[in-house]
Design a protein around this ligand. Sequence first.
Ligand code: ADP
Length: 397
Amino acid sequence: MYVLVINAGSSSLKYQLLDKDTQRLVGKGLCEKVGSEDSFHRHGLDGDERLDTLPLKDHHDAVQAALRALLDPQGGAVKGIEEIAAVGHRVVHGGEHFSASSVIDDEVVARIRECIPLAPLHNPPALTGIEACADLMPHALQVAVFDTAFHQTLPPKAYLYPLPYELYERHRVRTYGFHGTSHRYVAQRAAALLGRPLDELRLITCHLGNGCSVTAVRNGVSVDTSMGFTPLEGLMMGTRCGSIDPAVVTYLIGSLGMGAGQVDDLMNRRSGLLGVSGVSNDLRDVQAAADAGDERAQLACEMYADSVRRHIGQYVFELAGVDAVVLTAGVGENSDRIRQMIFSGLEPLGFLLDGERNRLRGFERVISSEGSPVRILVVPTNEELMIAQDVASLLDA
Ligand code: ADP
């Protein structure tokens, strides 16, 4: 029996097929530019990838293409569609309704639809993916796995903004937090790596990719997180500014005459590493420019690392100490230089990074020195695996 994991974006659809019991990856693929003339489908496991250019007018076509590849008699991963017992859908926003992954029924669909105003770019394609799978695989259990669910344990003092309370009551303006599936996964792996029960640990998990967020995890539960009402809050990111004085927004609108849409574009797509460096949103390019003497690129790297440090520092206080800091996603997993910058000078506080271990690549490991009071870990994230595990337990239940 297999579990299909679907991550539907506005013009893309990523999928992975995993064995339900062993969680072995047996197939994967990516449909891009869905809805445009030059859509394509890349599929197959590493080393055996194929590229089909074909018209995919919507997500229904994309799911169909995925199934065709997975069921291909020549080299497909499964023999019959009924072997796919369940589908796990990544859904960005579950609002306050979902604190765990849920089997999809009409009510769940309605709830996801209700959250569209909170995630206008993300929830609609997820719904389209759900509809397409329900149509093409009516036998399969459909499960929604929410980015926000892990953070539903935040206490009110952490999730409320100091705004008039009615804004929360009437419009649900509050912190939701995102990347929850990734934070949950790396927290679990960290406990396994440390050989200690998750429910006895104080962890700070740092998801540093194009989007960045830090979460304080006490006894396996998210108690605070840096992203807020939207994924714009918190750390400096690839193209997002993270937290800034909110009065900058009123200044841009009131004094510089910008519209709400322009401000949204500026803060979400033209800020962060890209905005400060003027070079790129990709940390590798910014670092290369910094190495070549570009001062703004150097400044952008320093601001980025500082932003992570400040959030870790905040959560050390909130948790009254920390057992381990966990780094994940593109930057967290791969950039020894940023990791070095994050922990540099923090030895008196008990963060002893081991230079040698920090330079190694590509697997779960401890990168702090033997005897470091706070352990520092690198854990490659695997949201698809976390989704498949949730789906498998719901299937078993
Ligand atoms: P997304 O949030 O889109 O999933 P990723 O988790 O893949 O993003 O992270 C993308 C970021 O990771 C980019 O800024 C990229 O530069 C950075 N990154 C990937 N590999 C390296 C590396 N070897 N050194 C530094 N940065 C890296």
